[in-house]
Design a protein around this ligand. Structure first.
Ligand SMILES: NC(=O)c1ccc[n+]([C@@H]2O[C@H](COP(=O)([O-])OP(=O)(O)OC[C@H]3O[C@@H](n4cnc5c(N)ncnc54)[C@H](OP(=O)(O)O)[C@@H]3O)[C@@H](O)[C@H]2O)c1
Length: 288
């Protein structure tokens, strides 16, 4: 028996990320197609999901949610107020809502859904390949069984870490959530530098991609601190020493640190805006 045996999973907002989870769950035989129902407003998308994964797909979010053990909420943040109001009344005690919506705090989620068994998670883009890193927080009202379900579901996207302080999800949004952006920019800059040196672009691309992948694998498998690894390849008066001098005088570490702080502040700001929008939309309108 696994945490997802005989459990039904509904995906609401069945786009790129929900599909990555469905594909990962089925690939790992964690669930049968009959355990999954996806709702989507577009008929072509419903047909595609049904054809590719043999799962049930429905037009109505409330139909998908009714009776599901876990509801994956993977709509865009701006849809939260509308979809939350729609599915909230269908939710019953015992159902887990697993949100991957960037910036959506548990206060915003529980407020709009009127449901307190909620997980807030932050995956990242490599989740599309099952190579993501997700940080997640569960409200105190969730049961051990529901946390085990959340863990199993998020494993379908790659690695996961549960935190007991929700602030860490916002912090992770700035590090691992936004992290691929930093890496892609460094990747692009190195490729351009290699082209500037005289390499054809496709060669420059391969040199950089393989170097980044190999270095990451080396750091992961050796378990050594990056400074140790860097010292290993920095010989006195050598090429690495010359390059490092330039990187330090360009304040690379400080710039990266400032970028992470900026992303963190923006995450908190977006979370506050989402909470305000959700509470505004829950307030009865005059005359209604
Ligand atoms: N992509 C990432 O790498 C990543 C990483 C971390 C977190 N996230 C979060 O994950 C969530 C989903 O991202 P995504 O990249 O999967 O976006 P996406 O592909 O746009 O998925 C959202 C889906 O919701 C559908 N939708 C629109 N209105 C709906 C409604 N009223 N009811 C139900 N479904 C509706 C959209 O349909 P249409 O296609 O017709 O618009 C779309 O298929 C976002 O909140 C994002 O912040 C994404």
């Amino acid at each position: 028996m696994t945490p997802l045996s005989k459990r039904t999973i509904a995906t609401v907002g069945s786009g790129v990320m929900a599909e990555a989870m469905i594909a990962g769950l089925l690939r790992g035989s964690l669930v049968e197609p009959t355990q999954v129902v996806a709702s989507h407003p577009r008929p072509d998308r419903r047909d595609q999901l049904h054809r590719e994964y043999a799962i049930r797909s429905v037009a109505s979010n409330t139909e998908a949610v009714a009776g599901a053990d876990v509801v994956l909420l993977a709509i865009k943040p701006q849809m939260l107020a509308r979809v939350g109001r729609e599915i909230g009344p269908e939710l019953r005690k015992g159902q887990l809502v697993l949100s991957i919506i960037a910036g959506a705090t548990t206060a915003a989620l529980t407020g709009i859904l009127g449901h307190d068994q909620v997980v807030r998670s932050m995956p990242n883009t490599p989740a599309r390949l099952g190579k993501g890193m997700t940080v997640w927080y569960a409200t105190p009202e969730t049961t051990d069984e529901q946390r085990a379900q959340a863990k199993a579901l998020l494993r379908a996207l790659g690695e996961e870490i549960e935190v007991d302080d929700e602030k860490m999800v916002a912090m992770a949004t700035a590090v691992s959530g936004t992290g691929p952006t930093y890496v892609f920019l460094v990747m692009e800059a190195l490729i351009d530098a290699a082209v500037h040196l005289g390499f054809p672009r496709h060669v420059a691309h391969d040199l950089v991609i393989e170097t980044l992948e190999g270095s990451t694998l080396f750091a992961k498998q050796s378990g050594m601190h990056p400074a140790e690894l860097r010292n290993m390849v920095t010989s006195p008066g050598g090429t690495s020493a010359a390059a490092l001098h330039e990187l330090e005088s360009g304040r690379l570490r400080t710039v990266l640190s400032e970028a992470v702080w900026a992303a963190y502040h923006r995450t908190v700001e977006l979370g506050d805006q989402l909470e305000a929008a959700v509470s505004e939309s829950s307030r009865p309108h005059p005359g209604s």
